[in-house]
Design a protein around this ligand. Structure first.
Ligand code: DGY
Length: 319
């Protein structure tokens, strides 16, 4: 009798996906069944006999790992839409299912920044709320403002659709090329990044991290932005040069930065951006809903199963 393919899973999956994983009969599941990060030695040991790997974005899939891998390893299935995995194997990922949750988080951060929620929460927690004031803690609103979306893929478009009802007068988007069909329902205009930054009141970073976008937001870009602008990043921390962001906030080149992603993650609690009055940071919760995380887990399982049985993956990265 031929052996069942082995799938090694580096983390406990969200509950529904985990239950499904445990019920699979056609494969043997081996798992680092914990909510804490797998260590490198555990990962290298786990991959030794595996035909498929289900892993997280944060795990380093590199040539050292592949040297430790079984020659039967056929597929790597990451439970994320973003990936930073270099190898010659089939790579499954989880697009689409996290679009809504991530776009929701972008809106959350945009509103938190524009309405000074960080300061407000701090005043409640520190007991400095004080008497009702007509002039303290005033934010700004989006009515008649210009929205700028950097990266006009699934998440960028979903973000623009969610934000338009807040009253923006127009939407600009920058991308590697114009996307007329996606832009039409929003009446969005294609713009070069610098033009977008010069005009937008709210800039949402929704592009993937790659060689072109690494460090894209640095001093030269902050100098172009409106001093009243809000910058939201729910994409990847490394798209923003954080040292420059800190300087730019200190120099008043922009009004507020609201980040769901940082370098490193977690960002140390004494990092100057964490304590900056005009920087709001969430702990990479873009896709963190029950619905989305289970959908991501399920899609990662589908991709891994397809890969070990030599079938086309449901969602495969074109490398
Ligand atoms: C992804 O999937 O790339 C997200 O950042 C993780 O939620």
């Amino acid at each position: 009798m031929s052996r069942r393919p082995i799938i090694f899973v580096t983390r406990e999956l969200p509950s529904l996906a985990q239950r499904r994983l445990e019920s699979l009969a056609s494969v043997e599941i081996r798992q680092h069944n914990s909510n804490t990060a797998i260590t490198r030695p555990q990962l290298l040991a786990g991959i030794k006999d595996a035909d498929g790997l289900i892993c997280l974005l944060s795990e380093k899939i590199d040539s050292e790992l592949l040297r430790h891998a079984s020659p039967n390893l056929k597929v790597i299935s990451t439970v994320s839409v973003g990936y930073d995995h270099s190898h010659g194997l089939k790579l499954g990922y989880t697009p689409d299912v996290l679009t809504d949750a991530t776009a929701d988080t972008t809106v959350l951060l945009a509103l938190m920044a524009s309405r000074k929620a960080k300061q407000g929460l701090e005043s409640v927690h520190s007991g400095t709320w004080g008497a009702f004031s007509l002039s303290r803690g005033l934010g700004t609103q989006f009515t008649d403002k210009t929205l700028g979306i950097v990266g006009f893929g699934r998440i960028g478009v979903a973000t623009a659709h969610r934000l338009m009802p807040f009253g923006f007068k127009r939407v600009l988007y920058s991308a590697s090329r114009p996307h007329e069909e996606r832009a039409r329902p929003l009446n969005a205009q294609f713009a070069e990044l610098d033009e977008l930054l010069a005009q937008a009141d709210l800039v949402c970073v929704c592009c993937p991290l790659n060689a072109k976008t690494q460090g894209l937001f640095s001093m030269d870009k902050f100098r172009i932005m409106k001093q009243s602008a809000i910058l939201v990043n729910t994409a990847r921390g490394a798209i923003i040069n954080q040292e420059d962001l800190l300087k730019a906030l200190d120099q008043g080149l922009l009004a507020h930065a609201a980040l769901d992603v940082t370098v490193p993650e977690p960002i140390p609690k004494d990092h100057p951006l964490v304590n900056h009055e005009r920087c709001t940071i969430l702990p990479h919760i873009g896709s963190a809903t029950e619905e989305t995380r289970n959908a991501m887990g399920n899609l990662a399982i589908d991709n891994a199963l397809a890969g070990v049985f030599g079938e086309p993956l449901k969602a495969q990265v074109e490398l």
